[in-house]
Design a protein around this ligand. Structure first.
Ligand SMILES: CC(=O)N[C@H]1[C@@H](OP(=O)(O)OP(=O)(O)OC[C@H]2O[C@@H](n3ccc(=O)[nH]c3=O)[C@H](O)[C@@H]2O)O[C@H](CO)[C@@H](O)[C@@H]1O[C@H](C)C(=O)N[C@@H](C)C(=O)N[C@H](CCC(=O)O)C(=O)O
Ligand SMILES: Nc1ncnc2c1ncn2[C@@H]1O[C@H](COP(=O)(O)OP(=O)(O)OP(=O)(O)O)[C@@H](O)[C@H]1O
Ligand SMILES: N[C@H](CCC[C@H](N)C(=O)O)C(=O)O
Ligand SMILES: [Mg+2]
Length: 492
């Protein structure tokens, strides 16, 4: 494709060199540049892509998209200067790949918690309704049965356009994707045409990146601000910020609620370790998911399917058979009936919801012995530090025993993270907490402390199959470690 065709209908500040230059690939990483590449210089959080323009040209880049021209202009290279190269990259990628997002029904899900759950449920539901589907999620990307590992919750916009192109070639008609707040701010969804957007909820997270809660709200709202009039915007009106999200959207506004009047109205009849029983639009249905928070997820999935034109009864029939995504309230039960729950709760709100659910389910258990709740939890390194004491406090308030341990320490000192967590433990709760830096040991200790029917919650890593310590990802899977600990207990 010629350079000028990439910028069809895109405002440019200046150009230099030939706009007829052939472009054979796009990349914003100089390390991936090959002959004929358009290198897009993006200012990042660690470094400035503009400082790699020379390197990119040496590696064969035929064109450069940037915000500032370099001092040395190469006459054989086509240069384009724009206001915002990250944003322009989205529109250029859409042109380069011939607008794949317009050729499928692309639905985005944003919110602090529930994105993976909702996107995955939609993907599984629409497949069970007979469609070929694509999924872009934290756990993995998928083209029907083909699994493509995910590096981010929301990929960069070039990768997304490439994946959409592959999905189209496979015959996919529907694609469900998570839209993280980082992605909105970094323009990873620029140039994508959505058929719909869903808001789950917003609570404390990522304040390291966004600075303030207001900025975080603005980032999430940015997704809805970008939706076209042809799309729907479906929001959770039970969340305090649910309506704020839709304030400036051009999309058709739709709502869901468990508490008030809404386009899609639901009610929880019963919640147990076997599933949820709900009324949705006056129909009674059993679902395989557990916990009131999942009632919200299911309701938004139902609403989305109906907004996409599916038959409500068929949707509910299929949805009742759908299983939750990996590592979300996943149960591992020992031979002597200790209930292990592995859950990706890595925010204060998620931890609160999961522990409240566990406490409610425990209270309804008809036994003489009131099962104890033992929580194993840590917080990731190089991520929002403010949530650390809050999560430790929530764990203590809603558990009988708490083992504070490492999540993914990344480049931080694990003990320093644990000390910040300990700071949130109130003096009365100190006695019920133990700190064990090694997550493996922490899980084994939880098992050795429990009695039959107790519930062990292992929070924070869910589906993850690694633990990242100082740049190295070691094999680690909470579910595997828990099963091994149960086996050790049996053999003792
Ligand atoms: C903080 C953050 O979001 N960082 C993302 C960002 O990187 P960055 O801004 O730090 O980039 P940088 O390293 O400063 O580099 C700037 C530019 O120079 C380029 N470069 C750099 C070096 C070089 O030799 N040559 C070169 O061309 C880079 O390719 C980049 O274009 O842009 C990169 C390219 O898209 C992302 O890979 C990277 O994700 C990092 C790895 C990350 O961990 N991100 C997390 C926080 C994240 O995005 N999480 C959200 C989910 C959060 C949630 O909701 O839970 C997600 O969507 O995954
Ligand atoms: N609707 C919800 N409201 C509150 N908490 C939820 C909801 N859905 C899921 N959770 C909790 O949050 C955890 C993460 O859920 P999920 O992976 O679906 O969220 P996410 O938004 O994709 O997270 P991430 O930002 O890491 O991609 C779950 O393991 C569960 O504990
Ligand atoms: N998408 C989130 C995932 C956090 C998962 C948790 N296990 C951690 O490593 O902090 C993030 O990148 O902040
Ligand atoms: Mg996710």
């Amino acid at each position: 494709m010629q350079l000028k065709d990439l910028f069809y209908k895109i405002p440019l500040l200046a150009t230099s060199g030939s706009m007829n230059t052939d472009v054979t690939s796009l990349t914003m990483d100089s390390r991936k540049v090959g002959p004929g590449s358009l290198f897009i210089a993006v200012r990042g959080t660690l470094t400035d892509g503009h400082s790699y323009i020379e390197t990119a040209i040496r590696q064969g880049a035929s064109a450069i998209l940037c915000e500032d021209f370099p001092t040395d202009i190469n006459p054989n290279v086509g240069y384009v200067r724009v206001q915002d190269s990250a944003r322009t990259m989205g529109f250029a990628a859409a042109n380069f790949y011939d607008q794949p997002s317009r050729k499928v029904k692309l639905v985005g899900v944003t919110g602090t918690n529930g994105k993976t759950s909702v996107a995955t449920l939609l993907f599984r539901l629409f497949r069970s309704l007979g469609y070929r589907c694509g999924l872009l999620s934290t756990v993995q990307n998928q083209i029907d049965d083909e699994v493509i590992p995910a590096t981010h919750t929301t990929p960069d916009v070039i990768t997304t356009n490439q994946l959409l192109t592959r999905m189209l070639a496979h015959g996919c008609t529907h694609v469900f994707m998570e839209v993280s707040s980082h992605a909105v701010v970094q323009e990873r969804i620029a140039g994508l045409t959505f058929a719909g957007g869903i808001f789950t909820n917003i609570t404390h997270d990522h304040l390291d990146f966004h600075g303030t809660f207001d900025n975080y709200i603005r980032a999430k709202k940015g997704f809805f601000d970008q939706l076209p009039a042809s799309a729907f915007a479906l929001t959770n009106v039970d969340d305090k910020r649910g309506l704020v999200m839709l304030q400036n959207t051009a999309a058709r506004k739709e709502t869901y609620s468990l508490q008030t009047l809404a386009t899609f109205k639901g009610k929880v009849i019963a919640d147990s370790l076997f599933g949820l029983n709900m009324f949705i639009d006056d129909r009674e249905v059993w679902f395989k998911l557990i916990g009131r928070f999942n009632a919200y997820n299911l309701l938004s999935v139902y609403g989305t399917a109906v907004l996409l034109g599916e038959d409500p009864t068929e949707v509910l029939t299929s949805l009742s058979g759908i299983t939750p995504p990996s590592g979300r309230f996943e149960q591992v039960v020992s031979d002597d009936q200790i209930v292990g729950i592995v859950d990706y709760a890595h925010t204060p709100d998620a931890l609160l919801n999961v522990l409240e659910t566990i406490n409610e389910l425990r209270a309804t258990d008809e036994q003489d012995y009131l099962p104890q709740v033992i929580t194993v939890v840590g917080c990731g390194g190089n991520r929002d530090a403010a949530k650390r004491p809050i999560m430790a406090d929530i764990a203590c308030r809603l558990s009988n025993r708490v083992i504070l341990t490492s999540d993914n320490p990344r480049n931080e000192d694990p003990m320093a993270i644990l000390e910040q967590m300990q700071a949130g433990v109130s003096p009365v709760d100190v006695k019920k907490t133990i700190t064990i830096e090694d997550r493996h040991e922490a899980i084994r200790r939880a098992v050795s402390l429990s009695r039959p029917h107790d519930i062990i919650l292992i929070a924070g890593k869910g589906h993850e199959t690694y633990q990242e310590i100082k740049g190295v990802k070691y094999d680690f899977d909470d579910r595997v470690v828990l099963r091994e600990a149960f086996t050790e207990r049996r053999n003792q």
